[in-house]
Structure formats: C-alpha cells, structure tokens
Design a protein around this ligand. Sequence first.
Ligand code: NAP
Ligand code: G4F
Length: 352
Amino acid sequence: MSKNKVALIFGITGQDGSYLSEYLLKKNYIVHGVIRRSSSFNTGRIDHIYQDPHKKKRNLILHYGDITDSISVSSLIKKILPHEIYNLAAQSHVAVSFEVPEYTANADAIGTLRILEAIRFHKLQSRTRFYQAGTSEMYGKVKETPQNEYTSFYPRSPYGVAKVYAHWITVNYREAYKIFACNGILFNHESPRRGGTFVTKKIVNGLCRIKKGLQKTLYLGNLEAKRDWGHAKDYAVAMWKILQKREPDDFVIATGVQLTVKEFVNLVLKELKIDYLWKGKGLSSRCFIKGTKNKIISIDKNYFRPLEVDTLLGNSKKARRELKWKPKYNVKSMIKEMVYEELNSLKDDKKN
Ligand code: NAP
Ligand code: G4F
C-alpha cells in the first residue's frame, strides 16, 4: 500500500487547479484530476505536468467527469477514495452567470452538494476531507469593510447566490454528518494563467498587445469597482493549509489591499513604460498615449453587469494567525510577472 496521500481535484484544468496540483505533487501527493470533455483541448494549464497513462507509476491521473453529473461524481469518489477533495470546479465568471443562471446554479451550488452527498453515501467521513472554493462575491453589497468570516453575505449575481448555497451546504454537512468540510472564502486572485475574460488578464493582454503594436484600443467596463487582488499561487497554498487543521473551519484569504480597476490599469501602464493621460469620467472615460491622439482605452457599456459589486476588501487575520498563511506576492510583483509572461507569449505568437 502506498503511503502517499491521495487528492482529488474538481476543476484541475482551471487557474487554481493548475497551481494546486503543482503544489500537491511537490508534497508527494498522488493527484487525481477531473477534466471535462471539450471539442478542443482544455488542458493547456496542466500540460507541463501531464504524465503518459502508459507509464506504470504515475502521480497525476486524469479522469473525465462533470460536476453536473451525480453518477460521475459519485463513482469517481468511490473509485479513488481520496484523502482530500478540492472542489474548484465552477462556472466562475460573474458576468456570464447573468447569461447562464440555471447552469451556474447547477454547477456551482448543486455540484458542491453532489460531492458532499457522495462522501456521505460512501461513508468516507473518517477518510476524506473536503475543501469548497468559496468567494468574496458572496459579500456582494458589503455589510461592513473589511470583510471577515463573520460578515453577512449579500450576493449580487447568480454566481454569488449559487456560491452562498455551496458555502452553507458545506457547513451543513460538516455539522450534520461530521464531514471534515471547510470553506475557503477567497478574494480575487490572478496570475499569468488567469482566464482571458477576467479583467486583470484582459488588461495585461490588451496593453501588452498595444505596446507591441498588435492592437489599437482596449475596451473595458466599470473602472471604479474596487477589488482585493492576490496571486493564485499564494492562494493554492492556503487551500492546502485549510485542510491540514485539526478541526474543520472556514477562512477568509485576502491581501488586505484594495485597488480600483483604473488603478490596476495605471500600474500595468507604468510597468510597460507607457506614458498615459486619462480624459473624461464614467462612460466617457478614455485613456490616450500622452501627447498623442492614440486612444488606447475606451469604455464599452456592454461590459457593465446588471448589478455590480462595488467594493471588496478582505480581513484575513484568522488565516494568518491560525494557518500561518502569508502571501509572497503583492499586487505590483504580480503585475510584473503577468506582464513579463504576456510579453513572452506574444513573442511566441509572432513566431507561429
Ligand atoms: P477557472 O479558471 O474558471 O476554473 C474553473 C474550473 O472548473 C476549470 O477547470 C473548469 O473546466 C472547471 N469546470 C467548470 N464547470 C465544470 C463542470 N460542470 N464540471 C467539471 N468541471 C467544471 O476558475 P479559478 O479562477 O481557477 O477558480 C477556481 C474556483 O475558485 C472556482 O470555483 C471559482 O468560482 C472559485 N474562486 C475563484 C476566485 C478567483 O479570483 N480566481 C476567487 C474566489 C473563488 P474547463 O477548463 O473545462 O472549463
Ligand atoms: O475580473 P472580474 O470579471 O472578476 P469578479 O467579477 O470580481 O469575479 C472574480 O473574482 C471573484 C472573487 O471576488 C470570483 F469568485 C470569481 O470567480 C471571479 O474570479 O471583474 C472584476 C471587476 C468587476 O467589478 C467588473 O465589473 O472588473 C470590472 N470590469 C471592468 N471592465 C470588468 C471589465 N470585468 C471584466 N471581466 N471585463 C471587463 O472588461
């Protein structure tokens, strides 16, 4: 019998799943990951750790499955008998959740229930620990600032509402069935691997392309929203630490530093050494290359949401005290890395 711990990650192909699997592999875990069937390859973020299934001994094993399919969830859990399950699978885009609310609820809310039910049904309470990828979006129209583990939720999107269900069903199964089930309430976290339609990656990609003369204008939505942005690599460490506690519990993970979208843009412009000048306000905000008529940023009202979360700022004192968790990156070092990686990948694009 192998002594290695066994982890099962739903959402392994996403930004966080890729960093978490790298981290667990370094800790000698056997990592199982669930991938969805897709008409094009969706494993780009984990290709560098992929292992040939014909190899006799593997510590990364991928399975087809889907969080909206109870039987696939249940049979995978029964077959793998994991010590730790990380539920990172979700329709994770807030704006898109207004377009596909029912699917978002099925995947993000009931998907969590499906995993918890499988743990209960297969009587794995004494073996399997469960991590739920909770979010600061649950605070929505915030009741206090900064937000901590005791701040009430007031979600402002179908995504946020679905995640509130997932949060409470995790607490409920912990209390009712003594499952070691924990919520990480993670504030926004980004990286070079962030999906291209989230604002930080979109800004870095657009401005790097403008710098290289590949694009003229970047269109954005609400520049005034404030977020607490950390690095996904730091946040993957927190997920693991949460499951190593003696008792199951919930933790806020955040940097405690807040910027507006516009301030984030300005930091990226500085990193790229682009001299800029903003004109106008709200929908008529626009940004020029200083001393020219080159408009590099314009507002497109289609990127505004039916409801906005205006401000998020986390208080992660509990995690820092009880988990000894501390981020290694700050927003500037994260932007530096994102810009560096983006410029490199544009170089590769040009070669092809
Ligand atoms: P992401 O990059 O969008 O990754 C989501 C993952 O879920 C992908 O692997 C995706 O697979 C998978 N997935 C989606 N629907 C699925 C389904 N029906 N069945 C199985 N897998 C499915 O998101 P992320 O940024 O890594 O975030 C990870 C988790 O943390 C999500 O639950 C998100 O809601 C939550 N969260 C994120 C943040 C943040 O700022 N990043 C903050 C708080 C909480 P495909 O690759 O096939 O699409
Ligand atoms: O990057 P965003 O799309 O992230 P959002 O909505 O904060 O959600 C992310 O963080 C949550 C944690 O709080 C996660 F749970 C969730 O899964 C996701 O990872 O937008 C950030 C802000 C918003 O206020 C949005 O209105 O940027 C504003 N924004 C302005 N222009 C834009 C754009 N957002 C996007 N996606 N695209 C724009 O052009």
